[in-house]
Design a protein around this ligand. Sequence first.
Ligand SMILES: [Zn+2]
Ligand SMILES: [Zn+2]
Length: 379
Amino acid sequence: MIETGHLVKLRKELHSYPETAGQERSTAERLRRFISAFNPDRVVTGLGGNGIAFVFKGQEEGKKLLFRADLDALPIKEISHLEYRSVYSDRAHLCGHDGHMTILAGLAEALDSNRPLKGEITLLFQPSEETGEGAALVLNDPAFAEINEPDYVFALHNLPGYPHKSIIINDDIFSSASVGLTVCLHGKSSHAAEPSMGNSPVKALSGIIDALDRIQSDTSLFKDFALGTVVHINLGEKRFGTSPEYGEISMTLRAYRDEDIEVMKKEMIRAIKDICEKDGIRYEYEWIEEFLSLENHDFPVEIIRKAAAELDLETVEMKKPFKWSEDFSHFTKKYKGAMFGLGSGKDQPALHNPDYDFPDQILASGINMFLNIYRLINR
Ligand SMILES: [Zn+2]
Ligand SMILES: [Zn+2]
């Protein structure tokens, strides 16, 4: 039985003092202080920015496992009456990363009182998950090479809408690839009475929206699910005498498969080029927040299934990948591994909702899942 009282205290502290992507310095420091008490054999700091890892070594040869949690909060205002709500008005832990961190902190404590016999366990706290940058930053950081290459990598994400403590399993693809695209359009302003004397980007803008719609619904282009969503548009100013010079559109492309998102990217850029050239509009574009498709490997998924069964946790077998994205995908591209969901309650507000709060009653199940995964692999 895991005693979670002091872990709940840590979770609430992390919740009160959230830091967004790239800013997680005091969160990492809080974890360093908390986990150092559990005598890790090694601590590596400054990974990909504010990332921090704790290594627990076994006495005998065995498999090396890496468990990953995420450090960052969201730039969204929390709406709640919780005593421990965010002390800031512009950021909050609304994705439950405070809970994920606490689960790994609890795992560190369990490993201290029951030192691993075989292999090695690395607890990695990764920065900047929400922007899709952190995983790659950590993996490409020379300091990461100081950690022994893991044989297997695992991570979990809490999932509202599923029963408390249920384990949500996906073979093959866990979550989708996605990427943001911003296109800037430069025309020529003119008097609103004489738009033909200038060149407004309005037609190009609406042409791009139509193209996105046409491409995403052309099923002959894709092997699987693909979706494009316009997220922001900006055109001209509220000056009623002026036909605009500048326009901007941002959209998110997503697909279950990396190859489908590549097709979508290529088709969109071709369409934008055609539209703008035809209208004489100068344009530039930028790709932002690129996430790969998260592909789970067979053996790690089997281990997750066994670990859940041994703990008598209800499992939910997913038929399709999730449509959202996770940058843990970079880890399973490089190493064998898998991500699973941990149900955070059917009535729990959705991730990123302003009233979301990680339910502490699922902490112990998360810790036990990771412990069991280690034991099953290093029997
Ligand atoms: Zn999130
Ligand atoms: Zn998240």
